[in-house]
Design a protein around this ligand. Sequence first.
Ligand code: CP
Length: 297
Amino acid sequence: MKFLSIEESNSQELESLLDLAAEMKSTRGTTSNQPLAGQTWAIIFTKASTRTRVSFEVGIRELGGNVMFLSGNDIQLGRGEPIKDTARVLGRMVHGAVIRTFDQEDVEDFSSYSGIPTINALTDKEHPCQILADLLTIQEKLGTWEGKKVVFIGDGNNNMSRSWMWAAKYLGFEFVVAAPKSCLPPQDFIDHLDAPNVALITDPAAAAKNADVINTDVWLSMGQEGQDEKEALFGDYQVNDDLLSHCSPNHIVLHCLPAYRGKEISEETLEAHANTIFQQAENRLHVQKAVLATLVE
Ligand code: CP
């Protein structure tokens, strides 16, 4: 009844969601299966979004459901109504909720107090739907993640990096985080993760050596805008042709978008890998339809 993090997932769930996503992608527009028929889902966002909002709105409609978008600023949540009260109200009116916000605790509280299927559409802690889309893209482009070296270059302590580390733990591929020392995940997280196949490194070129997948994200996550001192740490961490010269010949580049060209990725590299990166964006739709359909089974 909930999909709130990769941490709380497992290899079987991830693989079965990806199998269903691949099937839904290949049969899109040709099936009359509508598992959300008669349902209304709420999309509650307190942060900006293009890909996540559009893919969930389209996905819910394609699965036969109705959808309402609620900006956190427009509902009483933005004026201080507690999340647990919002959850108890919506739980009596809608059939499921997709939430993008700051605190992971808020999506967890919403799930417990509403009693309806709840999906994490990004918190400061995790971005689980994005990781599903990234994994589907790796499967499509490279055939498998098994035996591959996947590298994350950027803020190693952000939601993307954390969700990726849990995916690596459960699926077993080699995963390297390359970040400035102060932006690596803290030791207590690494102890909790307990994944020998996850490595932390400060040298981006060494991390990229023989990599099959280079993955990056904005240097400053939503809510960190204006943190110039933090941004200045990332000067050597741009994904560009120099960095990619260290990778395996058949490497792919992923970016969850939106991209800041000239910062975490060069214009040339983004355009050279646009086919993969926008396929990755499209895959948000297919993996989220799989999550929605699975939660209402
Ligand atoms: N990648 C991602 O979550 O994009 P949006 O912020 O546009 O939803």
